[in-house]
Write a protein that binds this ligand. Structure first.
Ligand code: NAD
Length: 274
């Protein structure tokens, strides 16, 4: 596919250069899928997220070897403003710029609002919402200077509609779409776009945990629960895949998407259509 190559090869400074991307929370699930999709199109990738050190090192090396791009890794904690600013600064220093910023790191916790632990509320708001603000704040000056930038915020179908027991998550995911629209307006004349991706169910470790918890609570099989999750929300009866989300992220970085900004883009098998 044409992907982001035309920009990569054209180089807005008139010489061949690659785009440099940060994907937060890219050691697993959707972030890992987006990182791979961008690398496949030639972008250098700064990985971030938690997990087994050996597995992360192997992932970072594999992407570099497979796609002949530069990769690196930062263990910055997305609940810490200073570490997020440092992640952007380190990437600018190592790769020369941050052209693509994907705010993806996220966590989930479910409980009725009256039982929702305060510290869970605080950590979901900080990782799923405030982290995007801090990263955008740090990355936008360089993007404005270079007159090119792509900011992709991973919201959710829960950025557009709610489900019970998810007060913090739904608040954060609605919030990040508000942030997306404001940043889109502020950066619109600097060659920068800022959009939100709103996935429905994607079968990642984050959702696997919810399915397992529900299966245990209701004393049913996980397969049964997975089918029910699709029946409840996904008109297509199919999980969205990380490859499909990677494809949308690549599209948003391509010239065809230059005039899409401030948009919440559902990729949800019809979830929010109902
Ligand atoms: P996941 O659990 O597979 O991956 C989450 C990633 O975030 C991991 O790499 C993890 O290490 C990282 N992370 C968590 N806390 C962090 C912190 N404090 N600092 C740095 N990294 C941290 O989950 P996923 O399903 O791939 O979710 C990715 C994003 O997609 C989240 O924002 C989630 O809300 C969103 N989303 C997921 C679904 C779904 O069905 N899976 C649907 C809609 C939106």
């Amino acid at each position: 596919m044409g992907g982001i190559r035309p920009d990569l090869e054209g180089g807005h400074h008139g010489h061949t250069e690659r785009k440099n991307a940060i994907v937060t929370g890219s050691t697993s699930g959707i972030g890992e899928g987006i990182a791979e999709a961008l690398a496949k199109e030639g972008a250098n990738i700064m990985y971030n997220g938690f997990g087994d050190k050996g597995a992360i090192d192997a992932l970072v090396k594999k992407t570099a070897d497979t796609y002949k791009v530069k990769t690196d890794y930062s263990n910055a904690d997305m609940s810490k403003a200073d570490q997020i600013a440092q992640l952007v600064a380190d990437t600018e220093e190592k790769f020369g710029s941050v052209d693509i910023l994907v705010n993806n790191a996220g966590i989930q916790f479910t409980a009725n609002v009256e039982d929702f632990p305060n510290e869970k509320w605080e950590s979901i708001i900080s990782i799923n919402l405030s982290a995007a603000f801090y990263a955008i704040k740090a990355a936008v000056p360089g993007m404005k200077k270079r007159k090119w930038g792509r900011i992709i915020n991973i919201s959710s179908a829960h950025g557009l509609v709610a489900s019970p027991q998810k007060s913090a998550y739904v608040a954060a995911k609605h919030g990040i779409l508000g942030l997306t629209k404001t940043v889109a307006l502020e950066t619109a004349q600097f060659g920068i776009t800022c959009n939100g991706i709103c996935p429905g169910w994607v079968f990642t470790p984050l959702v696997d945990k919810q399915a397992k918890d529900r299966a245990a609570k209701e004393n049913r099989s996980e397969d049964d629960i997975k089918k029910e999750m699709l029946e409840e929300k996904m008109a297509t009866m199919k999980f969205t895949t990380v490859e499909q989300i990677g494809g949308l992220a690549v599209f948003l970085c391509s010239p065809a998407a230059d005039n899409i900004t401030g948009a919440p883009l559902p990729i949800d098998g019809g979830w929010v259509a109902e």
